[in-house]
Write a protein that binds this ligand. Structure first.
Ligand code: NAP
Ligand code: MG
Length: 487
């Protein structure tokens, strides 16, 4: 038996109390590294969502959360960040066994998860409005107010980081939260919610309901007691979430992935760029919304870049999480099948296969391993050039000049992140301004984890901004107060 096995079914956490669905249904959590069962979680549904929304509503309206000052909320968030840091070793093991990611990556994720709570703990009492010059005898001010109950749905790729990114910001500004993690990976969201109550979060502020998306997820998005929705996942489900939000006349942020380009100009510092380009597509097995899944390469350096990438791909190895390969197993058999489908669709003259990485000989057959794949030159019309694979698959495209690079970079339905590699300062800024996306990196990519940096997409990548101070604005609504004090 795997030592990460948890025996009893893990309950939902509602008002800090364990809640198992009345019908007793559970879902098996499988370790992607070997396909073995590591835990059972509660298959929550409409009843548990309703219960959680009610306690969150009461904590927001007249319960303990509503009476806390911003300073006090910030202090609680700080304590939770510290608890995550203190329990990082245990949490990283849970995360790695639940998601299959290399242990090293899970450890880095816990540092980031703790950092989100630290960042938003400090920000909680620093969000303030404005005064507006107006008519004689009037005083006008704007204040940022929490929405109320925020429904949060997160995916399986970075569960702990996603808790930090969404819940820390939502709670910092005074909302209460009902979160539904992905059914494939729930262990750290449940554990972090438990830690929140251990460090003194009042009942009802932070609730987690596990279950299937079409049951618990749909119940949360459709619940009339929810005041705002934050969703991260696929564009298809994003449409369903936004439709449900519209029916209840509420707002939502959607973070839906991308097809982010790395643009390599002929004067780029390739020694600096190549390792970053490689890492940006294999980190987390390519299951990252901001994965750098397209390399756009200026024609004059195309062959040299391909040679270097090819050499790099040969060293990429997918291995069980404990072995700390370049990447781990993909989240599920379904995701492996999806990625293999994309790899099989390549290989023709419009998307030649250039190189593959390896799967470690120690990887069990029952794990979801995929050897990374490098394709190029990929025709702009090929699915590998414009569809999100969400796996370790890099599509290389050739461009002729700056205008051509911009056209290709903006030529997908997505717009999340872009990187520009060039020593030319003017070009750095021209191309950055021309990118239709939410974040541009110049001579770097995903620098420093980016907790401080507003993040989000355009078009099919979604809308709204998370991370940084921008998230505080997205999780609040502005009220304008006009006072006639007379002259
Ligand atoms: P998904 O179905 O969109 O799942 C994301 C979250 O939404 C999960 O918590 C899921 O719950 C929930 N959900 C599913 N159906 C729902 C519904 N009808 N109402 C409310 N919530 C619902 O994504 P996936 O199936 O895990 O992955 C499919 C593809 O989405 C990937 O291959 C990738 O391209 C993309 N994706 C993007 C991101 C990102 O970070 N932007 C993350 C993950 C996936 P359950 O999982 O429990 O059903
Ligand atoms: Mg799903």
């Amino acid at each position: 038996m795997n030592e990460m096995t948890v025996n009893a079914a893990l309950p939902c956490l509602i008002a800090g109390k364990p809640v198992l669905p009345a019908d007793g249904r559970t879902i098996d959590l499988l370790c992607p590294s070997d396909g073995k069962k590591i835990a059972e979680i509660a298959a929550g549904g409409a009843a548990e969502i309703d219960q959680a929304v009610r306690v969150a509503r009461s904590a927001f309206e007249d319960g303990a959360w509503s009476t806390l000052t911003a300073l006090e909320r910030g202090r609680l968030l700080r304590r939770l960040g510290e608890a995550i840091a203190e329990n990082a070793a245990m949490l990283a093991e849970l995360e790695a066994s639940d998601t299959g990611k290399p242990h090293r990556q899970a450890e880095a994720d816990m540092v980031a998860a703790a950092r989100y709570f630290e960042f938003y703990s400090g920000a909680a009492d620093k969000l303030h409005g404005d005064t507006i010059p107006f008519l004689a005898g009037y005083q006008v001010q704007t204040v940022y107010e929490p929405y109320g109950v925020v429904g949060i749905i997160i995916p399986w790729n970075y569960p702990a980081q996603m808790v930090g990114r969404t819940c820390a910001a939502a709670l910092a500004v005074g909302n209460t939260v009902v979160m539904k993690p992905a059914e494939e990976a729930c262990l750290t969201p449940l554990k972090i919610c438990e830690l929140a109550h251990e460090v003194g979060f009042p009942d009802g502020a932070f609730n987690v309901v596990t279950g299937y998306g079409h049951e618990a997820g749909a119940a949360l998005t459709g619940h009339p007691g929810v005041d705002f929705l934050s969703f991260t996942g696929s564009p298809q489900v994003g449409v369903m979430v936004q439709t449900a939000a519209a029916r209840n006349h509420i707002d939502c942020t959607l973070e839906l992935g991308g097809k982010s380009p790395q643009i390599l100009f002929a004067d780029a510092d390739l020694d600096a760029a190549i390792p970053v380009v490689l890492n940006a597509i294999v980190q987390n097995g390519g299951q990252t919304c901001s994965a750098g899944s397209r390399a756009l390469i200026e024609a004059s350096i195309y062959d040299e870049v391909i040679d270097r990438l090819k050499a790099g791909f040969k060293d990429l190895v997918a291995a069980p999480w404990r072995e700390n390969g370049t990447l781990g197993a993909l989240i599920s058999a379904k995701q492996k099948q999806r990625v293999e489908g994309y790899i099989a669709a390549g290989g023709g003259s419009d998307a030649p296969l250039i190189a593959r990485g390896r799967v470690s000989p120690t990887a069990p057959e029952t794990g979801n391993y995929v050897a990374p794949a490098l394709f190029g030159p990929v025709a702009e019309t090929h699915p590998l050039a414009h569809e999100e694979v969400f796996g370790p698959v890099l599509a290389c495209l050739k461009f002729t000049d700056e205008a051509d690079a911009i056209r290709i970079a903006n030529g997908t339905d997505y717009g999340l992140v872009a990187a520009v590699w060039t020593r030319d300062g003017g070009r750095q800024m021209r191309v950055s301004k021309a990118m239709q996306c939410g974040q541009v990196f110049i001579n770097c990519f995903g620098a420093g984890g980016g907790i401080e940096l507003p993040f989000g997409g355009v078009r099919k990548s979604g809308h709204g901004r998370e991370k940084g101070f921008a998230a505080l604005h997205d999780f609040t609504q502005m009220k304008t107060i006009v006072q006639n004090h007379g002259t």
